[in-house]
Design a protein around this ligand. Structure first.
Ligand code: GLY
Length: 310
């Protein structure tokens, strides 16, 4: 059996990995470890794109999205547009374990949370409201300024309101050789009320299958959904690509689709892990995507390969 291993998106992923790794080493299942890791980020008010303290939507309300998946039986669950529930990844797990459904949204998801004993609590903080106000002002200024684009630059800095958001996605491999993943976010700052990104959608923000591998996404959900990125990466691994090659193939696909649509490519980044414990990561040029890796008792921060128009 491979050594346990866990990877997670962004610098704040170090915190998730530091929580998950000892659990995996103690023999806990991959989903328990990935969920506990993701929850440390949901709880952290300084992370303004996940859980408590996430930047609100256009109406000043925090609406959270999350999903979970395990690779043995392809059990999965998700929740989208949930207000006043901090631990939405745990709620997604309850959808997986306690219902016959895969995805609950909005008020229905919130009512299910209450039935399951989750507390309803405020998710905004003075700091997240301050950032929300700042983001609104920037968005207004941006919409009145002409868009600048340098040659070969797919992601002009400051062009997308998404510059201020990122998702925590955690992928884990346990001692039994099984994979699981968790994805949780407050989504795009200033999103329209009811907007759903990739993070609660199985196949887009996350996909896990022990017979091929696990993949997760972060970045602008609309572009990730359009290419069904996580399922695409897992199927690429099934077809023989390494996790690194599969992530790069997904970024190349996102670039090709953006060109075909005559659009600027928004920032997207992908992580993948296979059942042998090999992992990979890639992102669009200009994104700078650090990710955390926990293995053999150590946590490191690595940089994903950036790909753009060459
Ligand atoms: N990737 C998170 C979102 O777009 O909402």
């Amino acid at each position: 059996m491979p050594d346990p291993l866990v990877i997670a998106t962004w610098k704040f992923g170090e915190k998730a990995v530091a929580t998950a790794l000892p659990m995996l080493q103690a023999g806990k299942p991959a989903l328990d470890a990935a969920l506990a890791g993701a929850q440390t980020v949901e709880d952290d008010p300084e992370v303004d794109s996940v859980g408590f303290g996430g930047i609100p939507n256009a109406q000043g309300v925090v609406q959270l999205d999350a999903c979970v998946m395990e690779g043995k039986r392809l059990d999965c669950g998700g929740v989208a547009g949930v207000e006043h529930v901090k631990h939405v990844a745990a709620l997604a797990r309850r959808v997986m374990e306690k219902t016959d459904h895969v995805l609950l949204v909005g008020l229905g998801a919130q009512q299910f949370a209450v039935q399951q004993g989750f507390p309803l609590e405020p998710l905004v903080t003075p700091e997240s409201l301050r950032k929300w106000d700042e983001a609104r002002k920037k968005q207004k200024a941006r919409s009145s300024a002409p868009m600048k684009r340098r040659k070969g630059d797919l992601v002009p800095p400051g062009t997308f309101p998404s510059d201020s958001h990122d998702t925590v996605t955690v992928l884990a491999l346990d001692r039994s050789g099984s994979l699981a993943g968790v994805c949780t976010t407050s989504g795009l700052a200033l999103k329209l009320p009811g907007r759903v990104g990739d993070s609660p959608l199985i196949g887009s923000g996350l996909y896990v299958d022990d017979t091929a591998g696990a993949a997760g996404a972060t970045g602008v959900g609309e572009e990730i959904i359009r290419i069904h990125a996580s399922a695409f990466i897992v199927e690429a691994m099934r077809a023989g690509k390494s996790p690194q090659e599969a992530c790069e193939a997904a970024v190349q696909l996102a670039i090709a689709v953006a060109l075909r649509r005559g659009k600027h490519l928004a920032r997207v980044a992908f992580l993948a892990l296979d059942p042998k414990g090999r992992f990979g990561a890639a992102c669009t040029k200009g994104t700078a995507f650090p990710f955390a890796v926990g293995r053999k008792g150590k946590v490191e921060l690595l940089e994903a390969k950036e790909l753009g128009l060459e």
